[in-house]
Design a protein around this ligand. Structure first.
Ligand SMILES: Cc1ncc(C[n+]2csc(CCOP(=O)(O)OP(=O)(O)O)c2C)c(N)n1
Ligand SMILES: [Mg+2]
Length: 332
């Protein structure tokens, strides 16, 4: 069973926003990579570079009423959802003024006001939490959708299968977006994923599903649009598997000895979503290189500022450590 194809052609303005988000993620992470190598980043970091089209293609369809459940590979989706870049950077540096007051660091970016729900270290848990958000949406009679981002490795967690089942039985407004980057830590999907096709798990739970090329922003945008619209209009859950390359290691510091020599260089050459999007914007949407260069320059300034402010901020206050352990529903 596959979702029927509807044309969700992005507007020129939509492409500008998507490119802006993707370029911001890429440049932010390249800077972070260098900062980490220089020993200046105190929290553990998993880079999202290579997967930018996934976050941007999904977030293009989300509004204030929708929930996005993030994974530990958290920077990209947080940026695409519109979380404040300075607060994100301060959080990664465990500084006061961080998105979570500097208490969580990189894998825990969370902003309840944006309904950007905790990146968290419990791999696969976003699937169950998204079912909870979707149930809340239904009880409040809102017009929202909950999107759960999941890695390929997460799909081997029991809770993910349970969530697929529950969402389908209750026809919850959920989209399960599997970001298949080919690895769970150092384990290749070809080694650990039975059937090697996660999209095939959707129909087993009565859900439409589709597999798209994560290097193609347009393909992700369309598949996400179809699935999100289906959930929003009461059609129930869907599964979208997004095949996206991982340009860095599992975590910063990973020697990546399990990857073939030249593998990453080849992925960067052939499967870079940002290069492809930039080219299509020029070829098909009349963007000039000067216009795109100007956007890049503006993003560069924002990134310089975020890192400078984070470096200048005081460390997070240990007195805050025991706060926010139990739910404060006021911001939800
Ligand atoms: C329940 C659970 N099991 C194991 C881990 C350790 N762990 C952290 S990230 C990771 C790999 C996850 O792979 P995947 O879901 O493909 O996401 P990716 O890192 O590739 O984005 C594992 C096994 C964990 N954090 N939580
Ligand atoms: Mg993975």
């Amino acid at each position: 069973m596959t979702v029927s194809r509807t044309i969700y052609a992005p507007s020129r303005e939509g492409l500008r926003d998507a490119y802006g988000a993707m370029q911001k993620i890429r440049c932010f992470e390249e800077r972070l990579h260098a900062e980490f190598a220089a020993g200046r980043v105190p929290s553990s970091v998993h880079l999202y570079a290579g997967q930018e089209a996934s976050a941007a293609g999904i977030c293009a369809h989300l509004g204030a009423q929708d929930y996005l459940h993030n994974t530990h590979r958290a920077h990209g989706p947080a940026i695409a959802r519109g979380a404040d870049l300075i607060a994100i950077t301060k959080e990664i540096y465990l500084r006061a003024g961080g998105l979570c007051q500097g208490k969580g660091g990189s894998p825990h970016l969370h902003d309840a006001r944006l309904r950007l729900i905790g990146a968290n270290g419990g791999v696969g848990s976003g699937a169950a939490l998204a079912c909870g958000s979707a149930l809340a949406i239904r009880h409040r009679q809102e017009n929202g959708v909950a999107v759960a981002l999941l890695g390929d490795g997460a799909c081997n967690q029991g809770v993910v299968s349970e969530s697929f089942n529950l969402a389908s039985v209750w026809k919850l407004p959920v989209v399960f977006a599997i970001e298949n980057n080919g690895y769970a830590e150092a384990t290749a999907t070809s080694y650990a994923i039975a059937g090697d096709n996660l999209a095939a798990r959707g129909p087993a739970f009565g859900m439409p599903s589709t597999r798209v090329d994560g290097a193609d922003y347009f393909a992700v945008h369309e598949a996400a649009g179809v699935a999100i619209e289906r959930a929003r209009s009461g059609g129930g859950p869907s599964l979208v598997e997004i095949m996206a390359p991982r340009f860095y290691g599992h975590y910063e510091g990973d020697a990546q000895k399990y990857r073939a020599p030249g593998e990453v260089a080849e992925l960067r050459r052939t499967r870079d979503c940002l290069t492809r999007l930039r080219q299509r914007m020029i070829d098909e949407y009349q963007f000039s290189t000067a216009e795109i260069d100007a956007m890049d320059a503006e993003i560069g300034v924002d990134i310089d500022r975020a890192f400078a402010e984070a470096a200048a901020a005081p460390p997070s206050d240990p007195a805050l450590l025991m706060r926010d352990i139990y739910a404060d529903r006021s911001g939800l």
